[in-house]
Design a protein around this ligand. Sequence first.
Ligand code: RIB
Length: 309
Amino acid sequence: MVGSANVDLTTFSDRFPKAGETIFGEHFDLGWGGKGANQAVASRLCGADVTMVARVGDDLFGPATITNFQAQGIDASHVKVIPGVSSGVAPIFVESNGQNRIIVVKGANDRLSPADVDAAESVLGSADCIVLQFEIPLETVYHTVRFAKARGIRCIVNPAPALPIDIAALAGVDYFVPNETEAEAITGMSVRTIDEAGACARHLVAQGIGRVILTLGERGALLAHAGGVDVVPPFQVATKDTTGAGDAFVGSFAVFLGEGHAERDAIARANLYAALSTTGVGTQKSFVTRERFDEEWQTRATGAPSVRP
Ligand code: RIB
C-alpha cells in the first residue's frame, strides 16, 4: 500500500448545519483513517501480508499511527515521521442516514515522494499487488504506477478524492476503482443511472485504463473492460455509517483477487465486505475480520447458514 494515513474526527448529527448556523451533534468518534491506511487494514484483516509506505507528522498522531499499523500486523518500516509537519487529519460529518462529508487536511501525506517509493524497493518490488489512492502527491502515484508496471506487479488505483488527472499516466493500471462522484469529476460525464455509469466506465477504458470498477454504493459495482460491462449486485445491510466503505471495497478486492477468485466473484465478495463495514461506525474500526466475512459470505452467497467450528 502506497498511500495516506489520517486521524478521523467524526461527528454524528441529524443533519448538516447551514452556512452560519450552529447545531448540536449527537456524538463524536476519534479513529484511525486515511484512504491508504484504511485499505491497508482491510487487506490485512482479509488475510494479506501488507506493507505500508506512508508519511506521518511529528505531532501526537504520527507515532501513534505507526503503532496502530504495527498492532494490526502491518509492516510499517516504510512509514516515516516528517519533522515540523502535521499528520493528515479528516474532520468527518455523518448524517442520520449514514451519508458522510469529509474534509481532508493532507499534512505529511503530501510529502510522500517518488524517491520514498524507490527507497521501499526491497519490499514493493516483491509485492503481488500495489494499491494507490489520491491523498498523496499525484507525481508519486504516477511514479508508483510506472514502478509497478516495470516489474509486472498488479496495480490498483482508487482515484479518491477526485482530482484532475493525466489519464495517460494511469493507462497501465490493471484496475481503476472510482465511485460515482469521482468518476463524474474525472470524466465530466453524469453517473446518475446504471446506463450512465456504464457509458462513463467504457469511456475510461477507451482512454487506456485496463479495467474499471465503478463502485455504486447501495447499487453494487459495475465492471467495464474491452469485452463489455457487467453489474455486480449489492448485499442488503442495515447501514449506520458509510465512511470508509470504498476503502473496505478496494482493500478487500485486492486480496480476493490475489487469492485467485474469479474477477466477478472477487467484486461480489468486496461488495459484501464493504456493505458489512457500513453496519458499524467509523472507518477502520468498522471493518470486519476474515472469519466474520467468511460466515456472512457463506450465509448470503450460498444461502447456507454458517457453522462455527
Ligand atoms: O475514505 C474514508 C477516509 O477518507 C477517511 O478515513 C478519511 O481519513 C479520508 O481519508
